[in-house]
Design a protein around this ligand. Sequence first.
Ligand SMILES: NC(=O)C1=CN([C@@H]2O[C@H](COP(=O)(O)OP(=O)(O)OC[C@H]3O[C@@H](n4cnc5c(N)ncnc54)[C@H](OP(=O)(O)O)[C@@H]3O)[C@@H](O)[C@H]2O)C=CC1
Ligand SMILES: O=C(CO)[C@H](O)[C@H](O)COP(=O)(O)O
Length: 471
Amino acid sequence: MEQAEIGLIGLGVMGSNLALNIAEKGNRIAVFNRSPEATRNFHAEAGALQDRIVPCETLEAFVAAIRPPRPIIIMIKAGEPVDQQMELLKPYLSAGDIMIDAGNANFHDTIRRFDNLKDSGLTFIGMGVSGGEEGARHGPSIMVGGTEESWKRVETVLTSISARFNGEPCVAWLGENGAGHFVKTIHNGIEYADMQMIAEIYGILRDGLRMDAAEIGEVFGRWNGGRLNSYLTEITEKVLKATDPVSGKPMVDMIVDAAGQKGTGKWSVIEAQNLGVAATAIEAAVAGRILSSQKAEREAAETIFGLPTPVELPTDKAAFIDDLESALLAAKIGAYAQGFAVMAAASAHYNWNLPMPTIARIWRAGCIIRSQFLDEITSAFTADPQAANLIVTPAFSQMVKDADGALRRVVSHAALSGLPVPALSSALAYFDAYRRGRGTANLIQAQRDFFGAHGFDRIDGVDQHHGPWGS
Ligand SMILES: NC(=O)C1=CN([C@@H]2O[C@H](COP(=O)(O)OP(=O)(O)OC[C@H]3O[C@@H](n4cnc5c(N)ncnc54)[C@H](OP(=O)(O)O)[C@@H]3O)[C@@H](O)[C@H]2O)C=CC1
Ligand SMILES: O=C(CO)[C@H](O)[C@H](O)COP(=O)(O)O
């Protein structure tokens, strides 16, 4: 039997769709899943693509079915399972074979796996894939980390399955070892912030303006035709307009308000802190999910404090809804600026030389945060790849100038009405702190020197001075 060009392990949601995508693009692919019935079912349901798929029930048969040197995608639950799977696979592999972890790995694990295989003759690629089920099937955004040589060996097949924006493939080699998984992690951190901000705007419309789900869906639908055009805006309209077949009520009203999370948002925040980058909107989004999951505590607190009555709108309703649109745009700029700042710091720290314009370019289609906005970010970083912060690039500084008044009105209204907007308000605070040449940390430095003799730099140029604090 003709050997396959590529192999894939893990026929869950992502792996099965990726395998069909690979087969559809004309590649012969061998597949394996820990539970063999999943492999059998997958092959049985592959329809016209069945002939290009080689279902294998043992790792030995799987490896034998692929033409050496073998590229093997591992698309399974992240963490320990990947180490276990690699150990089980290794004895069957030969020099030159490439193991490609395509799950949402922690990039520290990726660096470790990459280093462990360095002298073995085997190669490791850490590859971030975004786009969910639909993206995996018809074109995800793919962020590759590993040696450039190993990338060259998989470039053709990955390019064939990736999403396209205006004909350009949304896949790129981003750097050595953990670069691809790091960029995917920050993609998800931004995704968390974007989703949290949308949810906060939804909260203002629902609890402040007392609009029902379908009405709010209309608003997001309108916004999707404008500056907020994005996949997340688009699905928000669809979600808000969906009806629960059981109760006949809006589906969204029947869902428990406790968000899940699998780790990438938290890792984004941890890495931002470790690298000394303020990623406050992403932090707020992760904290927002944590608080959301403390449902019983929140319900108990509501019985103690009650809920504040929303105050009058600062403008008429239509103008305020326009403010919400501008506010969401301004806050999003803050979140994306923070995400890119974290990647810039990581690039320097890990010597990855991450290409910012390329990252923005491959996020324009296929991934969960895909949007028109990312095309504008691509242009901004193409014009100035070393920009200190997205906020200060010419196009984005103008957008922030145009929209920060609206963000201010929205955050003030929400605060006065007792409506929680942690990500929107942290984006505003980030902007206000970032654009102020003289802040208030002089006082913090004085306090540190007072209690700990830590010293401070004086504005007249004398460094490591101590204050006349007395006792
Ligand atoms: N769902 C999404 O939208 C996205 C997910 N990802 C990432 O892709 C990866 C896969 O996710 P997804 O497809 O959603 O997950 P699923 O839960 O649908 O599938 C999990 C797969 O992992 C396999 N698996 C679990 N534990 C082990 C183990 N110890 N050894 C071998 N195989 C194991 C399962 O095999 P079995 O059938 O035997 O249980 C199954 O094939 C994850 O890292 C996820 O974070 C990335 C982007 C988007
Ligand atoms: O990677 C993804 C999207 O880009 C996955 O859907 C991931 O599971 C999202 O993260 P979380 O489950 O923590 O919300």
